[in-house]
Structures are given as structure tokens and as C-alpha cells.
Design a protein around this ligand. Structure first.
Ligand SMILES: O=C(O)[C@H](O)[C@@H](O)[C@H](O)[C@H](O)COP(=O)(O)O
Length: 248
């Protein structure tokens, strides 16, 4: 089950001293288990030296199998806080919310013992929700798990989004997002997202992507280098290299 991932970095497009490590897996099963093992290793490392570990998770359609595999990892989950990288402006009871995805796929098996912080809750308006998130966010996070859209967005940071400059310059870990007009946000234009400042609290970062189209987008982003056009590049700012797990 949770054996060694031994990921093989072999992306010919990767420059020396790259701000990311490319882990290529032969199929979705290998990708799932290797990603889960790598994330569990970060949690285990923190649990050995800190009273609690903290895990930040994304939504989307891609990461569910990884969350289900991770939920089976033999960790002291009672000492793990699970929070979200971003959330659509939906209540946790909505099946389209990222909270729902995390509850259904991670908060089960061994990980049922963890403590979950949702970004939205009944009776809280957007400002209150963001303030609440920021009150909890200024602390070390063991790992942040990110996804990427084919438009190059990550978290809820969309290319061409109205207030992108303000969001990128924010010193707050979380901000309210209005992504109206960004097709990648689909019908959920109101969101809450981690900012680059918030991501800086994460000691490790994982980007979980599948398929040739996303690999090409990632390469295009790296070649272009404009983080406003390709917000996924924001995951590579600072000292921490981004671990990219990819499979066809
Ligand atoms: O709530 C969200 O929409 C996300 O957290 C978002 O950043 C997601 O990770 C990407 O959109 C990739 O989504 P897919 O895995 O569905 O391609």
C-alpha cells in the first residue's frame, strides 16, 4: 500500500536548479499512491517534531483518489489540522464545495480523526469568512496541495481576474475573490483563496496534475514566466521547490 514512491525526475524541459521537481508516474494508480506517500511523509516529519501538523488542500476533480489513499496512511491524525487552499462561495453541505470533496474523500478511515476547518459556514458572510480564515492561517503548514486548470490557474488565482494585482500584493493569507469573466472559475466566480503570502507558510508544496494538456500548460507557463498570465508560477516563488506529480 503506502510503499516508497521513488519518483523519477525526468522532464527534459526542466532547467538546472529548477524551482520545481517533476515526478512522472506511469499511470493514475502509481500517481495516486506516490502523491499520497509523499504528502504523508511531510505530515509524519512534522508530527515528529511539532505538537500538530497542518495540511492545506485544493478542490477540483483531480485530487480525490489521492485524498482517499492519504486517508489510509498510518499517522497520528488526531494531531493533524486540515484546511483548504481555496473554496467556492458555497456552504460545506454543497456537493460542489471543496469542503464536501475533502469530507468525502479525506475525512474517513484513519484521517477521520483529523480536525477540519472549512472556509465557509452557515450564517457567515464573505468578509467574516475571510477574517476567520486569516485568524487561523498565520501558522506553519506542513504541506499545501495544489491543482492547476488548463488556463494556468492555481488555487482560485485566475489569469486576467479583475483584482489580480491586489490579490498578489496582499499580505493576508486569504482574500475574497471575484473571478467573474474568468472562464476557468466556471459558475463559481465568488471564492476565497489563499494568496502567495498565505502559500509562504507551507513548508512543502505539491502540484497534482494529469494528462498531456496540463503538462503542456505547465511547460508553457515555465517558458513564458509571467505569473499573471500563468498563476501556477506563483506556487514556485520563495525557497520551497514545488513537487509536481504528473501522469498521462
Ligand atoms: O476549487 C477549485 O476549483 C480549485 O481548488 C482549483 O484550483 C483546482 O485545483 C483546479 O481548478 C484544477 O481543477 P481540476 O482538478 O478539476 O482540473
Amino acid at each position: 500500500m503506502l510503499d516508497d514512491p521513488t519518483p523519477v525526475p525526468h522532464d527534459p524541459a526542466q532547467p538546472a536548479a529548477a524551482p520545481y521537481r517533476w515526478h512522472e508516474h506511469r499511470n493514475a494508480d502509481a500517481w495516486t499512491w506516490a502523491s499520497a506517500v509523499a504528502i504523508a511523509a511531510e505530515l509524519r516529519r512534522d508530527l515528529a517534531r511539532r505538537p500538530r501538523a497542518r495540511l492545506l488542500l485544493s478542490g477540483g476533480t483531480t485530487p480525490a483518489p489521492v485524498y482517499r489513499a492519504l486517508a489510509r496512511a498510518p499517522l497520528d491524525w488526531a494531531r493533524v489540522d486540515v484546511a483548504l487552499v481555496d473554496e467556492r462561495w458555497l456552504q460545506p453541505s454543497d456537493p460542489d464545495s471543496n469542503a464536501w470533496l475533502v469530507r468525502s474523500n479525506l475525512l474517513r478511515d484513519n484521517a477521520a480523526m483529523s480536525r477540519f476547518e472549512s472556509l465557509t459556514r452557515p450564517g457567515h458572510g464573505m468578509e467574516e469568512a475571510v477574517a476567520f480564515a486569516n485568524a487561523h492561517a498565520r501558522q506553519h503548514a506542513s504541506a499545501a496541495v495544489l491543482g492547476m486548470g488548463e488556463d494556468g490557474h492555481t488555487a482560485s488565482l485566475f489569469p486576467g481576474m479583475a483584482a489580480l494585482d491586489r490579490v498578489l500584493a496582499s499580505r493576508q493569507p486569504y482574500v475574497a475573490i471575484d473571478a467573474g469573466g474568468s472562464p476557468g472559475a466556471r459558475q463559481w466566480s465568488k471564492r476565497i483563496s489563499l494568496t502567495p503570502a498565505g502559500l509562504a507558510f507551507a513548508q512543502s508544496r505539491f502540484l497534482l496534475i494529469q494528462g498531456k494538456a496540463k503538462r503542456d500548460v505547465f511547460r508553457q507557463a515555465m517558458a513564458d514566466g509571467d505569473a499573471k498570465r500563468w498563476p501556477v508560477l506563483l506556487a514556485m516563488q520563495g525557497e520551497v521547490p514545488l513537487d509536481v506529480h504528473w501522469c498521462p
